[in-house]
Ligand binder design. Structure first.
Ligand SMILES: O=C(O)CCC(=O)C(=O)O
Ligand SMILES: [Fe+2]
Length: 280
């Protein structure tokens, strides 16, 4: 299993609450350097221990804190729904029987976030407010560790011939892109791939189907980095270099917050050949 670097945030809960409102000063620079340094490790992710954002009395403070910390790591992106101007998504089972894993119960398959966007965010952060009484662990696979298990499938997965569809979010839009790009890039979500090919009436070719299966098999061969986030902790990931998944849980009180940002310095998106297949 890959080792997970740990970064401690330098602020007490009280300082953090004030700083989130007023802006981070010098320590912000050192914090940014520590997190980006940890993200450059082979794990391509790190555990962030903070003091107390989950205990701030006012949810607006929590929101301000996670947004401000994300802002130290890059340009914070919105919730992609374009309506709320809210930069913080809630990952909680408000629709326990639905198929959207963000608001559902159960496990979720290995994926990168925003796979059906032309330009997915470089960094994704999951902030734990309340953990599940059991399960709901995070699993992360760094793309370079999967590649040796792909054999011939790697060449197919590098072709910019995969269609990633909105899966309900923006149904008309489909991105045509490779699954693997550059030395460490990856874009993958099985559901988005299935829906993209389906809405365009272009089924995956047999060799593409096989290559995707080979990738899914690689998840069972490569031991992921696994962790159970505790309240006050966050998982910071390079979304364009790792896939993440979550083990099953059934506790409806579990609550994570999710933020995302772009960071050109850490980005490998320049090697991606994604383009719109259908932008309708
Ligand atoms: O619930 C989790 O631990 C992860 C959820 C997730 O990856 C997502 O909503 O994109
Ligand atoms: Fe995700």
């Amino acid at each position: 299993m890959g080792t997970l670097p740990i970064v401690h945030s330098p602020w007490s809960a009280r300082e953090a609450r004030t700083l989130a409102r007023e802006g981070f000063s010098k320590e912000g620079h050192a914090f940014r350097a520590a997190v980006l340094g940890a993200l450059r490790s082979p794990a391509c992710c790190c555990l962030l221990r903070t003091t107390g954002f989950h205990e701030f009395g006012d949810p607006a403070d929590t929101q301000a804190f996670v947004t401000a910390l994300t802002g130290l790591l890059g340009q914070v992106s919105d919730d992609n729904r374009g309506t709320t101007g809210n930069y913080v998504d809630r990952v909680e089972p408000t629709d326990p029987d639905g198929s959207d894993i963000t608001v559902g119960l159960g496990e979720c398959e290995a994926h990168s976030d925003e796979s059906s966007k032309l330009l997915p965010e470089d960094i994704v952060i999951l902030w734990c407010v309340r953990q599940a009484s059991a399960g709901g662990a995070s699993r992360i696979w760094a793309s370079p560790r999967l590649r040796p298990h792909l054999g011939d499938a790697e060449a197919t997965l590098r072709e910019p011939e995969f269609l990633f569809g909105g899966n309900g979010r923006v149904p008309g839009r489909v991105v045509k892109a490779p699954v693997l790009y550059g030395s460490d890039g990856i874009r993958f979500r099985l559901g988005a791939l299935r829906s993209g090919h389906e809405v365009c009436h272009r089924p995956l070719r047999p060799d593409q189907e096989q290559a995707v299966q080979r990738l899914i098999e690689a998840f069972t061969k490569v031991q992921p980095t696994e962790l159970l986030l505790q309240p006050g902790e966050a998982l910071v990931m390079l979304n364009r270099r790792v896939l993440h998944a979550r083990t099953s849980f059934s506790d409806r009180r579990r609550l994570l917050l999710r933020t995302r940002c772009f960071n050109p310095e850490m980005s490998n998106s320049q090697h991606d050949q994604a383009r719109w297949y259908r932008s309708g």
